[in-house]
Design a protein around this ligand. Sequence first.
Ligand code: AHR
Length: 512
Amino acid sequence: MRQIILLIIIGMWAATSIAQNKVVAHADAAKTQISKHIYGHFAEHLGRVIYDGIYVGDDNTKIPNTDGVRNDVITALKDLNIPNLRWPGGCFADTYHWKEAIGPKGERIPIENLSWGNYREDNSFGTHEFLNLCELLGAEPYLAVNMNSGTVQEAVEWVQYVNHANGTSHLTDLREKNGRNKPWRVTYWGIGNESWDCGGHMTADYYVNLYKRYATAMTNYYNSEGLFRIAVGPGFPDYNWTETIMREIPDRRIEGLSIHHYAVNWEHRSSSYEFTDEEYFMIMEKAWFMEEFITKNDEVMNKYDPDKRVALIVDEWGGWYDPDPRGNGALYQQNTIRDAMIAGITLNIFNNHADRVRMANLAQTVNALQSVILTKDEKMILTPTYHVMEMYKVHQDAMLVPLEIKSKDFVQGDKKLQAVSVSASKDASGKMHISLTNIDNQTGQKVDISLNGFKAKNVSGRILTSQKVQDHNTFDNPAKVTPKKFDGAKIKGNSVMVNMPPISVVVLELAE
Ligand code: AHR
């Protein structure tokens, strides 16, 4: 009798701790391409991001490298199909003078990193090293122009130095002399960075006028084709800034508008790997704010650009916590399953807004903020965020499948958030991929996905999860959190039934 009662209690518990969610996938209405550039990265001269994390120099190092760049990092980034890399900052870009970091290494001008700790940099990693790295990775470079302490002339000359044909000027002669014969042809140019803050504390009106000078001079009537100019947008809900940009900059002078949003609690930044349930919920709230931030910016942009010609570029995003001193570098932090949750929901938000969001850059690639890679001397680990980016890469350049989503709530006290986030796409070979993230750290989720316009015969998948939301990989235990085969999805008629554990990211592949 006691056993029967126990079974009934377990049955009741199971029924209440597994929630029901409903998704309808309209595969027959897939019209928008998810730009691969949504899966881009950002590497700034900050702490151990560039020096040590990416670049170890070509002499006196035991770390295997190609032209000074760590081979392990190159391999890991290639495996992500890294589509683009933003550089040299961030706030660092707002004081960067590119000419100080070209030419023979011994003749480069050492500088003080004014944004991130006033330490000396020898400028051994400059324009050539960065653009050659992008070529090696097969990634598009995205250069951020110094609009704060720099000049219009400096920006114009940077464009000439990296993009113009041989023999055009003393700048292209100099490029040749420095060992690069053909131009790199850089498409993406950020005009300023956070101009409302470290980029000059400007007003929107002042920025717009300055932007027009840069955007006009960096291009001209003969070669403006092909340059993708990205204006600074807001980094907090200042929709008036967006309105000013969209109203004042003529159509022919802007291709993208950037926004920044971090999942951070500025009043109370806590540890990246030791945190409470309350702190976890608060960060999830901040991560979900991305949905509102994109939607509201898009609404403003629609007033002036209903055809969505100007792209929204989220060129800084990620979780931001207290620095972890063990990492020995500014903004170094650990990366747990909590970060995998941020990545899972944020990338789903970007996919679902693919008609407007056409590029994004996770901050930052190695050893700072929500990194995909952490390094310690010759060791390297891949973080839970890396694994989410790798699992989601199937969406790159695929066609977005519109979804209707009815999700259960993730509740804490009197607050609630959407527990399950989903996006889906159909790739060139006709396969459909569905990525799902369950941020609830107590409750598993049953998700019933009905398929319109897709007759699934086969489903397979991978899952990233762990026992505790604080779980992470370390240099001693680098594979604690890694993707595994997922057996929790079954086809039933025209639906796929998915059974997700708490704090999990699942990516399914469906074939007809
Ligand atoms: O990514 C770190 C910093 O965050 C960047 O330098 C700046 O643009 C932002 O405030």
